[in-house]
Every structure is written in C-alpha cells, then in structure tokens.
Design a protein around this ligand. Structure first.
Ligand SMILES: [Zn+2]
Length: 310
C-alpha cells in the first residue's frame, strides 16, 4: 500500500504508478487521467462514498461533454452550421396569426442576420450583425428590446460564401437566382452599398380581432428612398417551401445611418456588393397558442402572398 488516500483507511488496493496527489476529503480529487491506473481491484468504498464518486463521475462526464460540444467547431447548435431558424410559417402570418411566440433573446441565440415582423404585426424586422431593428409604420427605426416577441421571422448566422458586385442600374426584379448557385437551397443575402432608389414599406400594429394580412397591406405605408446607402438583408428560399416561407427573394432594407428602411418592394442599384451564405439546414418552431392550433392551413395562399410581398 503506497498511500492511504485521505480518510479512506479501508482501501487496500495498490495504485501504480503512485498517484500524483491524495484523494482528499471527497475521495475523488486529484485524479490524473494519464497516471491513474488501478492494478488489482477497486478500492472498497463506503456506500456514501460510492454515491459521491458516482455523482462526481456523472458530473465530470456531462461537464467534459459540454466542453467538447462547445469547442468542436460548431460552437452553437446553429452558429456557423448553415441553418435557417424560422418562427411559424408565412401562411400562418397570412392567416392573421400575429401574436408573438418567440422572444428576441431567443432569436439572437439562433442567428445574427435575418428578417421578420413583431408581435401584433408591429413593423418590419431586420436583423443585422446581431442587432435586431424595428422599422416602424412611419419608416423610422428603433433597436428592439430582448423581451419583444415575433409571430414570424427567419434568421441565420451569416457566413459569406460568395461575393459579387451588382450591375449599376440593376432592379430588384432583375436579381436572379442564377447569381446564387442552386435553386434548391436557402441563401441568406446581404446587399451593401449605394442605392439609387429603394421602395420600401412597413406595416402598422394591429389590434384584435386581427384582419388578414392581405387586407392590412392595402393601407401599408410606402417609402420612396433616394440616393441612399445601406444594406438589403434577407433570404432566397426554394420554390418547395411555398406555404412555409416566401419562395424567391424576400429582402428588408436598413440605411447605413440606421434611420430608414422597410420591406423591399423595389430597388435600383448604384454601386453595391452582394454577399450570399448558402444554407443547407432548416429549423422551424411553431407557435403553441390556440389560434395557431385551430388555424386552417390547408388553403393555397399564393395569390395573397404575391399581393402582400410585392
Ligand atoms: Zn418582409
């Protein structure tokens, strides 16, 4: 017997090579993974010490597993893992599901770039460089509190895969999926630079009973911004997500001075660079409220979507 290992006088097994330190009062301290080697049999521990040891082993296993997960190159479930995180569906929004179901703190943990709207349809959302902005009914912008909620949004951690200079004079309608890669992936998009013009809109906050979105946008405020620097942010989504998201391009605009913006109806480029992030993962969380539970989502809303988005 080389050591008595703290208070445990009943341990009788040799340890080879000798431990680097004592077990201490808890019976499990100072175990070196490289040098600790039992030669004969495990030490005879009292039931209380066995429970303590088992707890320590379980704790260590969980602790080191979490560490490995955090530092394994995919430091967050979504971060840098090319995943779009979406709240609810575009059809639920078209069907007047405007009650927020996920807060901004959660949205920030799932992405630093994206678009959406807020509880009660209170303005357009733009997420840029990890900050969430609200473009209000009058086109002005404010930073959003973490406690605010969203009934619909999509975000991702933006990692630029491709950059290209857009042609001066290019209109929003000329933005082609051919510039991206495949029609079958999601692409997060950032277009930064100077715009000759941006036609944008926002939506006014709604009260219950909520009107359908197609009726809300009939009176939407539209802003014609000219010679403005800023960033268009959003997604290209594949055709097969119809009903879930907006197939094609869906972009929101925010000016460089963070003072103007909105959902883009049209733009004309003066000088701008487009960055794209091809995204292979898609995660959606659905509202748990009664409204969503009883919603009829069987109808094709494509015509309404075109009226709402364009
Ligand atoms: Zn929008």
């Amino acid at each position: 017997m080389n050591e008595t290992h703290g208070k445990d006088k009943n341990m009788s097994c040799d340890i080879n090579p000798p431990t680097l330190g004592s077990y201490g009062a808890t019976g499990y301290k100072h175990i070196s993974l490289n040098s600790y080697k039992l030669v004969a049999c495990p030490p005879k521990l009292s039931p209380r010490r066995r429970i303590k040891l088992a707890r320590a082993v379980a704790f260590s296993t969980i602790f080191f597993s979490v560490l490995i997960f955090l530092f394994s190159g995919c430091s967050h479930f979504n971060k840098d893992c090319d995943t779009v995180y979406q709240v609810a569906t575009i059809d639920s929004l078209l069907n007047a599901c405007y009650d927020g179901s996920v807060d901004m703190r959660t949205i920030k943990s799932q992405g630093d770039t994206g678009i959406g709207t807020f509880n009660q349809l209170d303005g357009e959302m733009i997420v840029l460089d990890g900050e969430i902005y609200k473009i209000k009914e009058d086109g002005t912008i404010s930073v959003v509190a973490d406690s605010e909620t969203t009934p619909f949004c999509a975000v991702t951690f933006f990692k630029s895969d491709k950059k290209l200079e857009l042609q001066p004079g290019m209109k929003f309608s000329q933005l082609s999926p051919a510039l991206l890669g495949s029609l079958n992936y999601f692409y997060a998009i950032k277009i930064t630079g100077k715009f000759k013009s941006v036609k944008a809109r926002s939506v006014p906050m709604q009260a219950k009973p909520y009107p359908m979105l197609v009726d809300v946008v009939k009176a939407q405020p539209v802003f014609n911004l000219e010679d403005i620097e800023g960033t268009a942010v959003g997604f290209f989504s594949p055709a097969y997500v119809k009903g879930i998201n907006v197939p094609g391009f869906h972009l929101h605009f925010i000016s460089s001075d963070l003072k103007r913006g909105g959902h883009i109806l049209d733009f004309e480029i003066e000088k701008a660079e487009m960055q794209t992030d091809e995204t292979h993962g898609f995660m959606m969380v659905l509202p748990e409220d009664e409204t969503f539970q009883h919603l009829d989502l069987t109808k094709d809303k494509e015509k309404e979507l075109n009226k709402v988005e364009k």
